[in-house]
Design a protein around this ligand. Structure first.
Ligand code: PLP
Length: 405
């Protein structure tokens, strides 16, 4: 394993905590990751020594805060290799990024009879925003099915395209199955039909290198809090020519060029989509998180988490009665499972009492649960700060609980 996990764990004070007198084992990283000291310190330091509203101020602090905010946009651009900072829109998170796009794309380009393709493994954040707009504008959603391993059926995907297809919105990595979707292939198929693609990168950006130009993706959404950054900040990447062509989302300060009661003109990119005071403290903290990730190295992170997930898969499959959901060839660091007849909620609660934090339930993917014919799973999701010892603790705890039932 290529990274110094012991040193890394020292950067995360929360990992030293005990819960119910047991050492914390934090396996809920797909929901949110813990924060390294440098990210938390950056938040405190900016409030203590820089804080001022950005963009509109002539004074020193405002200019310094603006520099930090815009430096974060540049760090984010570089991190996903966008062409220009005009393509980086700061939002509150993946959910807001997708709602933004759904709203402005539908308003300007979707009408009765049009079609948007999503997949059955989407998080509700990449279903409901489209449904809300579909009710308003009368377009329909078409759904890419999966096989029993949890992989998208590409032949079925190809068949969904018609002259009415206007957009594909699909997740990069499933937050339930861990499937890493072949997004390059999905995008080139869509582009062959001249259809743009939104990729939900909430579960990919924290775990693997992402290059939006290499993917040739049109829109890409992710959240800072799932990548060791603060809550309340996210990103919508969009190709400049797309963002230029779309109307503004919310109205307010920052997104305007000139306002009169007769006519308002809008600011240029990226500000056109950023109404109101942005979370400039949060964006600076996101830049610190990016710097932290780059210091470890995204390739090293991907390699370590891949090995850890393979180890965990082996250990869990060794447990009698354990059923794993999602066994795709290309898989991220998420394991969803059930054990015998134990209800997922009971299993999660008992694991918690042993200090092990996992998530239980439908994981905001009820259509996927319906496809799998289940109500929910227990989900363990890993980070580079997790260890094989912690995986052993999980396996031992599950065995203990299974014996109790
Ligand atoms: N998309 C996926 C695949 C997710 O896993 C999540 C969160 O779990 C989201 C979207 C929503 O992210 P957020 O709540 O940060 O907006």
């Amino acid at each position: 394993m290529t990274i110094d996990v012991k040193a890394i764990r020292n950067d995360f004070p929360i990992l030293e905590r005990k819960v119910y007198g047991k050492p914390l084992v934090y396996f809920d990283n797909a929901a949110t990751t813990q924060k390294p000291r440098c990210v938390v310190d950056a938040i405190a330091e900016e409030y203590y020594s820089v804080n001022a509203n950005v963009h509109r101020g002539v004074h020193f602090l405002s200019q310094q805060a603006t520099s930090l905010h815009e430096a974060s946009r540049e760090a984010t651009r570089k991190f996903i290799n966008a062409r220009t900072t005009n393509e980086i829109i700061f939002t509150r998170g993946t959910t807001e990024s997708i709602n933004l796009l759904a709203s402005v794309f539908a308003q300007s380009r979707l009408r009765q009879g049009d079609e948007v393709i999503v997949s059955v493994m989407e998080h509700h954040s990449n279903i409901v925003p489209w449904q809300l707009q579909a009710q308003r504008y009368g377009f329909v959603l078409k759904v890419i099915p999966i096989n029993d391993q949890g992989e998208l059926l590409l032949d079925e995907y190809r068949k969904l395209f018609t002259p009415h297809t206007k957009l594909v919105a699909v997740t990069h990595v499933s937050n339930v199955l861990g499937t890493i979707n072949p997004v390059s292939e999905l995008i080139s198929i869509a582009h062959a039909h001249e259809v743009p693609v939104l990729v939900d990168g909430a579960q990919s950006v924290p775990h693997q290198p992402v290059d939006v130009q290499d993917l040739d993706v049109d829109f890409f959404a992710f959240s800072a809090h799932k990548m060791y950054g603060p809550t309340g900040v996210g990103v919508l990447y969009g190709k400049e020519r797309w963002l230029d062509a779309l109307p503004p989302y919310q109205g307010g300060g920052e997104m305007i060029s000139h306002v009169s009661f007769e006519k308002t003109t809008f600011n240029e990119l990226p500000f056109k989509f950023e109404a109101g005071t942005p979370d400039y403290i949060g964006t600076n903290a996101l830049a610190c998180a990016i710097q932290y990730l780059l210091h470890i190295g995204m390739d090293s992170i991907a390699a370590y988490e891949h090995q850890l997930t393979a180890y965990a898969t082996e250990r869990l499959l060794d447990i009698e009665g354990l059923r794993l959901f999602g066994t795709s060839q290309q898989k991220g660091s998420v394991l969803s499972f059930q054990v015998g007849n134990i209800h997922h909620f009971d299993l999660g609660t008992l694991l918690d009492r042993m200090g092990i934090a996992v998530r239980t339930g439908h994981h905001c993917a009820q259509p996927l649960m319906a496809r799998l014919g289940i109500e929910g799973t227990v989900r363990a999701s890993f980070s580079f700060y997790n260890t094989t010892d912690e995986v052993d603790a999980l396996a031992a705890a599950i065995r203990r609980i299974a014996r109790m039932f």
